[in-house]
Design a protein around this ligand. Structure first.
Ligand code: CMP
Length: 141
């Protein structure tokens, strides 16, 4: 079922480098409404649960360390075709392969430290949004 919502995190490297405002501006300019947002920090248990699907990957330990080393900005975004359009806006996982003008091309350092997260399906958008937000933190704007 299409929900027209996706979930994003501005990852610790984005906040460390002071890119929060610029990235949120790109998200807004692309027509996404921010229906929930907060700055927070994931615990090791949070990151291990959020990325459980990657737990057998060789980079899992590195990923958990990266995602817990500082604050993130988590947000739920609304737009028609949100999941697909947001993945186009952020670009490929590896910034070297990301299209010009995409968030990862502009702000990501490497495939591991890639600035932003975007859900890969409507189902995961709902699961990931619910991981970070309660119903009363999500607004219809
Ligand atoms: P994302 O696609 O948001 O979610 C999974 C994350 O794992 C990915 O972003 C990267 O941060 C990280 N990742 C994916 N592939 C690699 C890799 N080859 N080496 C290190 N980290 C990776």
């Amino acid at each position: 079922m299409a929900t027209n919502r996706t979930f994003t995190m501005l990852k610790p490297d984005s906040l460390e480098k002071g890119h929060t405002g610029a990235i949120l501006e790109k998200i807004s300019s692309a027509g996404f409404k921010i229906v929930a947002m907060k700055q927070t920090q994931m615990t090791t248990a949070d990151a291990e649960a959020f990325y459980a699907i990657h737990k057998e990957r060789p980079f899992f330990g590195e990923l958990v360390e990266y995602m817990t080393r500082g604050p993130i900005v988590a947000a739920i975004l609304e737009k028609e075709n949100a999941v697909e359009d947001f993945r186009a806006l952020i670009g490929a996982t590896n910034p070297e392969e990301a299209a010009e003008g995409t968030i990862r091309k502009l702000y990501a350092a490497s495939i591991g430290e890639n600035a932003v997260h975007g859900s890969d399906s409507d189902e995961n958008a709902a699961i990931e949004g619910a991981f970070h937000f309660s119903g009363r933190e999500i607004f219809s704007l």
